[in-house]
Design a protein around this ligand. Structure first.
Ligand SMILES: Nc1ncnc2c1ncn2[C@@H]1O[C@H](COP(=O)(O)OP(=O)(O)O)[C@@H](O)[C@H]1O
Ligand SMILES: Cc1ncsc1CCOP(=O)(O)O
Ligand SMILES: [Mg+2]
Length: 255
């Protein structure tokens, strides 16, 4: 017997057809994702979005990011190589997101390492309903800010991805350790999540679908590659080839 009123939500795994449904909407609608991202991951992020069936736009100029974001299906903000200009572009993107109700995915790269990153993360998290995707270190560094953020969806990636929102909680156990051996793979994950948020209103479902497909693509790429270099190429190919049959075969019927 307990008087504890804490609500415990058990993490669930999406069914293959739920993942396939989100992916099918991405390939049908071809949402454009406006990515303000870091210079290291720009190219991989754009290629991964194309492989996924979405359209990348990587504009960064402070005087045009708002115009570029207005017609986009979702906005990605990644602070990996934040500089004086991109710091000014972020409030412009947040304004568009607020005024036009665009989904925002925020990747707090290395937020644990610098006060500037911490400050910008605080700014972004003032926008309600933001999805934050980071690794365990980044998400731990932001734990207080995340607890205070309104309507936030928390996506902590790693061996098992954990997705938590007010609506739902998912775990994704797909992926391969080689995904940690190529720079930009986490950043590109945020972009795929953003593409799914453009076509699926439940952000936790969108993130779980993107990470399930991405993780399975990572498993397939690992079987085909010769090391980290060819893994990157195989990962793009496996994302491009992902379909309902592959999802069903790799996820099993009841998982
Ligand atoms: N040990 C692991 N085994 C399988 N997949 C992993 C592992 N670590 C990370 N991944 C996958 O790699 C991708 C990037 O996650 P992560 O490495 O946490 O991000 P970051 O590159 O930002 O640190 C995610 O899709 C995640 O599921
Ligand atoms: C190495 C590095 N330095 C600044 S941004 C960046 C890329 C980080 O990419 P990821 O988190 O996806 O490995
Ligand atoms: Mg990262």
């Amino acid at each position: 017997m307990t008087s504890d009123t804490t609500e415990i939500t058990l993490a669930r795994t999406l069914q293959p057809q739920e993942v396939a449904s989100v992916l099918a909407r991405v390939t049908e609608i071809r949402p454009r994702v406006q990515c303000l991202t870091n210079t290291v991951a720009q190219n991989l992020t754009a290629n991964m979005l194309l492989a996924f069936g979405a359209i990348p736009s990587m504009a960064i100029h402070v005087d045009e990011v708002a115009a570029m974001a207005e017609g986009a299906g979702a906005i990605l903000i990644n602070i990996g190589t934040i500089n004086a200009e991109s710091e000014l572009a972020i409030p412009k993107l947040l304004e568009v997101a607020r005024d036009h109700r665009k989904p925002v995915v925020f990747d707090p790269v290395f937020v644990e390492l610098s006060p500037l990153r911490r400050h910008i993360a605080g700014q972004v998290l003032r926008l309600p309903d933001t999805l934050v995707r980071g690794n365990a270190t980044e998400m731990a560094a932001l734990s207080f800010d995340l607890a205070a953020a309104k309507g936030v969806t928390r996506v902590t990636t790693g061996k098992v991805d954990r997705i938590e929102s007010g609506q739902a909680s998912f775990a994704v156990a797909h992926g391969h350790p080689l995904m940690t051996r190529v720079t930009g793979i986490g950043c590109a994950a945020g972009a795929l999540i953003a593409a799914c948020c453009a076509v699926e209103a439940n952000k936790a479902v969108a993130a779980a679908a993107a990470l399930t497909a991405y993780g399975i693509a990572g498993e397939i790429a690992a079987e085909r590659c010769r090391g980290p270099g060819s893994f990157e190429v195989e990962l793009i190919d496996a994302v491009a080839a992902m379909d309902a049959a592959t999802l069903a075969a790799r996820m099993g019927s009841g998982r």
